[in-house]
Design a protein around this ligand. Structure first.
Ligand code: HEM
Length: 390
């Protein structure tokens, strides 16, 4: 599957799941009692984010025949009421002139604010936080069932160089910045709901402002770490036949056998590509949030998805809606990454004997290396003087 299609499907699936309003149609409304104007049912349906036919409002812009054209600067209202004019502004049917300058200054009313806010404060916190807790619980169960993955027969006592200083620098730059971004991101998303009542407004305000500052600035270190580790490790992460065999053997996790692997096994390649692709996506949406209204990506992505999948996603978005989508997508991708990385941290620390040394000192026990990366050890040993055992 090519990359664009994969991204398109991922965006479509997520968008459809996070915006159930697009799935449910609002029931037909009888507006005869209001002379065609909006009723309580309309307002309630909109609050529930049901899909509505808005033409009764968007096409009800006053008696244009009797009106001075509302586009004329300083023209009189003619046959148009204030409500007509506000509707025209809401549906972007009027050419606005404003003294305010800026990329979104000519949008006075946009409807996406409340649905975005509700999604962010509700499902995003509940499902995202729930997924993190579920992964922690799963790892606890795994630990209790499988225990620590030991070096069979015990360590050899001699070591072999696994990662050079530059590789470890790249890894820790990526990991350190990711952890800082994860914690400060969670404070930004969940703090108002979970921490404000505990800490009070003064302490929470300082914490939230500090988190925002750290998040905005550490993002650059993450992007640098991402590029560096990509350049250093991409050649070792190209999928091959061996990976299929490794996956079929379940990585040997339960059978306690050790399928053959080169420098990175299939499980690690999955981690690598997850980090690279989602890291790239979270960086792009993050940049769009860091430079508001400058990077518009969602209308174009939705148009691409519509052409590929025949969906009916909106392709005309106000600058604010672009930001709202960027914000939601940023959080979703970050949660998926955090869930994956929690599992990665587990296996790199308490989950497997001897693994941490690879990123700690850069040297691993020879027996560990033979059991998990036999073909890589053979390659290194075939090159005398290149990271051989000591
Ligand atoms: C405390 C946190 C972390 C620990 C202890 C840790 C540990 C490790 C270890 C030991 C390895 C080498 C495994 C081997 O020798 O084969 C590794 C590899 C790697 N780490 Fe981490 N890591 C951490 C956080 C992160 C984070 C936050 C990211 C990315 C956002 C990350 C991305 C990677 C990648 C892409 C690899 C190479 C592929 C792989 O081995 O799975 N790590 N890590």
């Amino acid at each position: 599957m090519n990359l664009k299609l994969f991204a398109a499907i991922a965006v479509a699936l997520t968008t459809l799941t996070i915006n159930p309003g697009w799935a449910d149609e609002a029931p037909a409304v009888d507006r005869s009692s209001t002379g065609g104007a909006q009723t309580l049912e309309d307002i309630l349906a909109r609050q529930e984010q049901l899909k509505m036919d808005e033409r009764f409002r968007s096409e009800n812009l006053g008696n244009a025949a009797n009106a001075t054209p509302i586009t004329a600067p300083l023209g009189t209202l003619g046959g148009l009421s204030n409500a007509d004019i506000y509707r025209a502004i809401r549906y972007d049917k009027i050419a606005l002139t404003t003294q305010a300058r800026g990329p979104a200054a000519d949008v006075l009313i946009q409807d996406g604010g409340m649905p975005w806010y509700k999604l962010r404060q509700g499902p995003m916190i509940n499902y995202g936080g729930g997924a993190l807790l579920a992964m922690l619980a799963l790892l606890l169960v795994f630990y209790l069932v499988r225990g620590k993955i030991r070096i069979e027969g015990g360590p050899a006592g001699t070591t072999i160089e696994r990662f050079k200083a530059i590789e470890r620098f790249g890894h820790w730059l990526l990991a350190g910045s990711f952890i800082a971004l994860g914690i400060t991101g969670l404070i930004t998303l969940m703090g108002r709901k979970l921490l404000l009542p505990l800490l009070g407004p003064e302490v929470f305000a300082a914490l939230a402002a500090g988190s925002k500052w750290i998040h905005n600035n550490i993002a650059w270190a993450f992007m640098l770490g991402l590029v560096l580790t990509f350049c250093l490790w991409v050649v070792h992460n190209i999928p091959g036949k061996l990976d299929w065999q490794w996956l079929k053997a379940g990585g040997g996790i339960f059978s306690r056998s050790h399928p053959s692997a080169k420098k990175f096994n299939a499980g690690q390649k999955i981690v690598f590509w997850t980090v690279m692709l989602l890291g790239f996506s979270v960086s792009l949406s993050g940049l769009s949030l860091l430079f508001p209204f400058e990077l518009h990506m969602f209308a174009k992505t939705f148009a691409l998805i519509n052409s590929l999948l025949g969906t009916d996603l909106p392709t005309v978005l106000t600058p604010h809606e672009e930001m709202q989508y960027a914000n939601l997508w940023h959080s979703i991708v970050a949660f998926v990454l955090m869930v994956a990385i929690i599992a990665h941290i587990y296996i790199g620390t308490v989950g497997m004997e001897g693994a941490y040394d690879a990123m700690g000192s850069g040297r691993v026990d020879l027996e560990w290396a033979r059991q998990h990366h036999d073909l890589w050890v053979a390659e290194v040993e075939a090159k005398p003087g290149k990271g051989g055992s000591t």
